[in-house]
Write a protein that binds this ligand. Structure first.
Ligand SMILES: *Cc1c(COP(=O)(O)O)cnc(C)c1O
Length: 224
């Protein structure tokens, strides 16, 4: 392995404040990279493609907690429902319902985050703040015993403007407070603010993040 996964992992972990957890984003990286991080105690890994994830799940330790972070089509939910620990990228009511339906078949409760679209780019998926408000207000999610909504996920704009990135994280944090107070005040499980990637996690942890998703800084550049 020509990449110092062990050293990089410890550097990232060492820079996270208490209470912030690390999702090691292993998409497009081989098993030996994941095993190197696993050997150092890392247990939460994130993937964005269902087929790649299925292969890794079959051949890696069973106590890994897999997070799904990519755009998820409803018809793919059935493949990951048996084992996925958290789906961070819920961007529609339709998807939420399908996760509930498939998790029920396996008698599981799947943790989910609602993904917000706050960044400037049109290409990033996620719910507008209003669309997210609508889903929560409609209340159908209260009748879904096989999903547990644990918080929010978002990506900031891909820019070098650190002030803009910080203000997008602040916007997400404010929105978190709004929906926490309105819908989840008595629900301790609704506590996660998943923001911050390799280039901006050091900003994210100063702006409300409880969970960072870091790939490149730990595993190096992805080879597609
Ligand atoms: C790939 C990915 C990451 C990790 O990005 P890095 O820049 O490699 O840290 C984080 N979040 C999501 C949603 C991703 O797709």
């Amino acid at each position: 392995m020509d990449y110092d996964v062990k050293g990089n992992l410890h550097e990232v972990l060492g820079s996270l404040p208490a209470g912030v957890s690390l999702v090691a984003i292993s998409k497009f990286h081989p098993n030996e990279f994941i095993e190197a991080a696993y050997a150092e105690g890392q247990r939460i890994f994130g993937e964005s493609h269902e087929q790649e994830l299925a292969k890794k799940v079959a051949s890696l330790p069973k106590d890994i907690q897999w997070h799904f972070i990519g755009h998820l089509q409803s018809n793919k939910v059935k493949y990951i429902a048996p084992y996925i620990s958290m789906i961070e990228s819920v961007d529609s009511l339709k998807l939420l319902k399908e996760i509930n339906r498939q998790a029920a078949k396996h008698d599981r409760v799947v943790k989910v985050l609602l993904e917000l679209h706050i960044a400037e780019e049109d290409t990033k998926s996620g719910l507008s703040l209003d669309a997210c408000r609508e889903i929560l207000e409609a209340g159908e999610w209260r009748e879904m015993p096989h999903v547990q909504i644990c918080g929010l996920m978002m990506m900031a704009s891909n820019t070098d403007d650190e002030q803009q990135i910080a203000s997008e994280f602040d916007e997400a944090a404010q929105f978190f407070d709004e929906v926490k107070a309105k819908y989840f005040a008595d629900d301790d499980a609704f506590c996660e603010r998943s923001w911050g990637m390799s280039h901006d996690y050091h900003i994210a942890v100063k702006h409300g993040s409880t969970m960072v998703r870091v790939g490149t800084t730990i595993f190096g550049p992805r080879i597609y």
